[in-house]
Design a protein around this ligand. Structure first.
Ligand code: SF4
Ligand code: SF4
Ligand code: SF4
Ligand code: FES
Length: 944
């Protein structure tokens, strides 16, 4: 049998706690009531043959291979569909059962190409295993009858193929797509001999509804659905368990290896965030790690117009250190700083903020969370007392009403979306608050009860109006509030929320959402036994991002929806380690664990440990760094795994800032857009080479384990450590485990965390300390972390970004399933087949008014700049709103976004830009300039 195949207990675990006693082949066994006989036997070490059953799917009972005998019962029931009962005596092996099973196998094998030795699944095929298990020696029916051996192979999907000639029509793929993924892309077409798996009428996989999650491939017991990487390279010989490096779901994977090469990534069944499921990015889009564009040698150059020189590590690090020291000598200690990356491990991030504080001697460190979830930290900390989400993902299975605000889970957090959809199919109700009809509004077997399609920028009035209805209609949970919240704040908030300007009728005029729809949504959430809020960047990336986060916390507290399973306020974090990079002290005003750098006691603890003094003054945030750079006072930056030139708003301003600096050090896998302005390039490591931890959106600390040596010869934390030493600060770790030990010692919420502990328990949700030795899945259970919950008044202050006659439309941005963030990784994979360029979604009425046709080039102009891109005419957006993504650098979506940001955290207002659109015939001036710069940098990137 294949060495990396995960254990399969045949049917899902029973949720019942009571146990029953049974006898299996004469041996006693105690199992949970409701367990299938098949699973009970497998749990006891008896492998009853099976084909149509697998433990990720409900039992189906179609193959008849798992038959058993039960004392006192007639016939031969299928063990996968028969639950155990107290005192049951089961026989799994008798001569009659063997004969029946062999008959079944003979039928399967008589219509199967017997090419096992050359089949890509050889050694990892359940059909092959079962032929052995039932002792099949002969096929009495012969091989000459009608068969499917000439059925075609569908190789349209870039990552897997469908070879219909090998299909045994067990339906596992169809059920996986329905039950696990929730896409319902596959069906069994026809009947009897003519039945076959189909991805849609006359459609191949690529053109079907399939979202390439891989669940069907995982479930298929034969070589019918098979990863192309296995077809090309053969079966793996060993596996390492690690964590996906894309989004904040933090799925656990088995990296399956053949020698030193990854041949497959399979979602790990024990992964507590994903329970064996995956999406197209983590499952298939890992090829970027060995892409030819990857830079593996350090490089330096005097000026950004010079060619790069490849140098040894020592020379590159000394060059960077000398430049940083010279800048500080000339412009002062605070003239340099650093940015940590949410794509890197906690250990890698921790040493960068330590480098800035201990070696550079200031607090000019910030993280890319500045531009995504910084309002989450501020808003949840202020109201509840902790800067993180309240629930584990599994909590959604107890929710009765789910409100999704400014998030697109099926695109951004697909594995969690599948779990949420499962709960919705079970009967939970859905409210979507989004300017766009995201996939969840209506999809297979899902229909939102309410879609509040508000105008971008009107989140705060909507949340106030929802709260207005809850309070005015007596839906607030007064007992919960009086027991758990600050009553003064409740009274003043209630008075504010009941003001007429917060009524649905008043808010309808501002938001464009019908007042009755707002009322109905509020009643649904307010009356729910368990109401859960999930939100994303559509909440935070606004000038009132922090206000809106507090608005949601207010509403959840008012309705008693915090502190147990099925409820909560949950940020869906963007990048894989955005929670961790914030936890690690990446903000300019906070040390690890969100403790203020201005606090003498906190500083003293770090100073003692680090043997240095720490500046008591908070440092610059990223936008301040750019402003100071343009003003000529900020001159050097160490940028870890972050492409600010593409990802940050108001590109013209960012480029001007980068151009004005004297030393930019970029540490990344690829020469990204920011590297075009850099003087030193330090090659980074992919997740396959990292040894450390990521923290997902549910505060879960997951291990990231290396499956290969760093391809450029150095762990990333060692690069930072070498730079710290070259700057004169003695940083001396031997392993990344030691860095985690220091984090644990210095951070109260991490006190009990270590690599050894994580290796033992799998993963843990912080706080994990003596008070909560096994972690804390649900926050604020008996009391809020801050003591009493604080209601904060959330007055609506409209953004300064306004539409007018010149810029009458509102642009909002987001992302799609197949691409990820700035696209540096996914654009270097076959995922481009689904989405090769950013397009502009335009409502048909706005398009018609301007003579814009589907697929044609349009100019998109704002007060900040203009770009061109192709139009997609769709009713997904409402009239007056246009939408695009920012995955491709040549599009330059951020050329048009503005400098406005959240009042509390400076998180940019990516989601609201006043624009005009018009048909176009050529690229914009910025795009011409970008193309010229790319060509020039491409030419000089040909290393000297
Ligand atoms: S890859 Fe996923 S979405 Fe596509 S058919 Fe298979 S299970 Fe369904
Ligand atoms: S493709 Fe695989 S899982 Fe689907 S019916 Fe055929 S053999 Fe079963
Ligand atoms: S859902 Fe997120 S973490 Fe999971 S596989 Fe997809 S990208 Fe990776
Ligand atoms: S495994 Fe039980 S009927 Fe197929």
């Amino acid at each position: 049998m294949n060495k990396t195949r995960q254990k399969d207990l045949g049917t899902p675990a029973s949720a019942v706690e009571e146990t029953v006693k049974v006898e299996i082949d004469g041996l006693p066994a105690t199992v949970k009531a409701g367990t299938s006989i098949l699973r009970a036997a497998r749990e006891s070490g008896v492998d009853i043959p099976k084909l149509c059953a697998t433990d990720s799917l409900k039992p189906f009972g179609s193959c008849r291979l798992c038959l058993v005998e039960i004392e006192g019962r007639k016939g031969y029931p299928a063990s996968c569909t028969t639950p155990v009962e107290e005192g049951m005596k089961i026989r799994t092996q008798t001569s009659k059962l063997s004969q029946l099973r062999r008959n079944v196998m003979e039928l399967y094998i008589s219509d199967h190409p017997l090419d096992c030795l050359t089949c890509s699944a050889n050694g990892d095929c359940e059909l092959q295993d079962m032929a052995g298990a039932v002792g099949l020696r002969d096929v009495r029916y012969g091989f000459d009858g009608e068969n499917h051996l000439d059925a075609p192979v569908d190789a349209s999907n870039p990552y897997f193929q469908f070879d219909a000639s090998k299909c045994i029509v067990c339906s596992r793929c169809v059920r996986a797509c329905d039950e696990v993924q929730g896409t319902f892309a596959l069906t069994i077409e026809g009947r009897g001999f003519n039945s076959k798996v189909s991805a849609g009428i006359s459609e191949d996989f690529l053109d079907s509804e399939c979202v390439s999650c891989g669940a069907c491939v995982q479930a298929c017991p034969t070589a019918t659905l098979m990863e192309k990487s296995i077809v090309d390279h053969g079966q793996p010989d060993h596996a390492v368990i690690t964590t996906c490096a894309y989004c904040g779901v933090g799925c656990s994977f088995q990296a399956e290896m053949k020698g030193g090469q990854v041949v497959r990534m399979t979602p790990h069944k024990d992964g507590q965030a994903n329970h064996g499921h995956s999406c197209v990015k983590g499952r298939f889009a890992w090829g970027y790690a060995s892409h030819r564009d990857r830079v593996l040698k350090p490089m330096i150059r005097e000026n950004t117009s010079d060619p790069w020189h490849e140098v040894e590590w020592d020379e590159a690090i000394q060059f960077a250190a000398d430049r940083f020291k010279a800048i500080q000598k000339e412009y002062g200690r605070k003239s340099i700083g650093g940015i940590t990356s949410s794509r890197c491990t906690n250990e890698e991030v921790f040493v960068v903020q330590k480098l800035v504080r201990a070696a550079m001697g200031n607090n000019n460190v910030d993280t890319c969370a500045r531009v995504c979830h910084s309002p989450t930290g501020y808003g949840l900390n202020t109201t509840l007392g902790t800067s993180a989400g309240t629930q584990p993902f599994d909590s959604v299975m107890d929710a009765d009403v789910i409100m999704v605000i400014g998030a697109n889970p099926t695109a951004g957090h697909p594995v969690f979306a599948s779990q949420m959809k499962r709960r919705l199919r079970e009967g939970a109700q859905l409210i979507v608050v989004d300017p766009r009809a995201i996939g969840l509004v209506r999809s297979a077997r899902i229909q939102a009860a309410h879609h509040l399609n508000l105008l971008p920028g009107t989140n705060v009035p909507i949340i106030n109006a929802l709260a207005h209805v809850v309070v005015s209609e007596g839906l607030a949970d007064e007992n919960y509030v009086s027991e758990r919240c600050e009553l003064d704040s409740w009274d003043s908030w209630k008075a504010m929320i009941l003001r007429p300007e917060n009524s649905p009728e008043a808010v309808a005029k501002i938001s464009g959402v019908d007042a009755e729809e707002i009322r109905a949504a509020a009643r649904l959430y307010g009356a729910a036994k368990n109401g859960a809020i999930y939100y994303g960047l559509g909440v935070t990336e606004h000038s009132q991002g922090s206000t809106m986060v507090m608005g949601m916390a207010n509403l959840a507290m008012a309705t008693g929806n915090i502190g147990r399973s099925g409820v909560g306020v949950n940020p869906l974090r963007g990048q894989n380690n955005v929670q961790g990079s914030c936890d690690m002290g990446s903000f300019p005003h906070e040390l690890a664990g969100y403790r203020p750098v201005s606090d003498v006691k906190v500083r003293a603890q770090f100073e003692q440990h680090w043997g240095t003094t720490i500046d008591p003054e908070p440092g610059f945030r990223i936008p301040n760094m750019f402003d100071e750079a343009c003003a000529g006072t900020f001159k050097g930056m160490y940028i870890q795994g972050e492409d600010v030139a593409q990802s940050d708003p108001d590109t013209h301003h960012v480029e001007a800032a980068l151009r004005s600096m004297e030393c930019i050090v970029v540490q990344d896998l690829f020469l990204n857009e920011t590297a075009k302005f850099a003087h030193v390039f330090l090659p980074g490591t992919s997740f396959l080479e990292k040894d450390g931890t990521f923290i997902n959106a549910e505060r879960r600390i997951n291990r990231v384990r290396p499956v290969m040596e760093p391809q450029q010869g150095k762990d990333e934390w060692r690069i930072t450590q070498d730079l710290a030493q070259a700057l004169g600060y003695p940083m001396n770790y031997d392993t990344s485990a030691q860095i985690m030990d220091e984090i644990a010692e210095l951070t109260p919420t991490f006190n009990n965390v270590s690599f050894a502990f994580l290796d033992e328990v799998g993963s843990v949700q912080w706080p994990c300390n003596d008070k909560a030795p096994m972690g804390t899945p649900i926050m604020h259970v008996d009391a809020f972390v801050r003591g009493k919950g604080l209601f904060v008044e959330t007055e609506y202050v409209p953004t300064e970004e306004r539409t007018n006659r010149k810029f009458p439309l509102l642009l909002t941005t987001g992302r799609i399933l197949s691409q990820y963030n700035v696209g540096a990784q996914t654009r270097r994979t076959a995922n481009n087949v689904w989405y090769g360029e950013d397009v502009l979604e335009v409502h048909p009425s706005d398009a018609e008014m301007r003579g814009i046709k589907d697929g044609e080039l349009v100019a998109l102009a704002s007060r900040k700049g203009d770009i061109t891109l192709h139009a997609k005419i769709t009713t997904r957006v409402k009239p007056g709103v246009v939408y695009t993504t920012f995955h491709n650098p040549e599009t330059g979506a951020n050329v048009v976004t503005t400098e406005y940001g959240d009042w509390a955290t400076d998180c940019p207002e990516y989601k609201v830009t006043a624009v005009q659109i018009a048909p176009a015939s050529h690229r914009s001036a910025w795009q011409d300039e970008f193309a010229a710069r790319s060509e020039e940098q491409g030419r000089i990137a040909k290393i000297d």
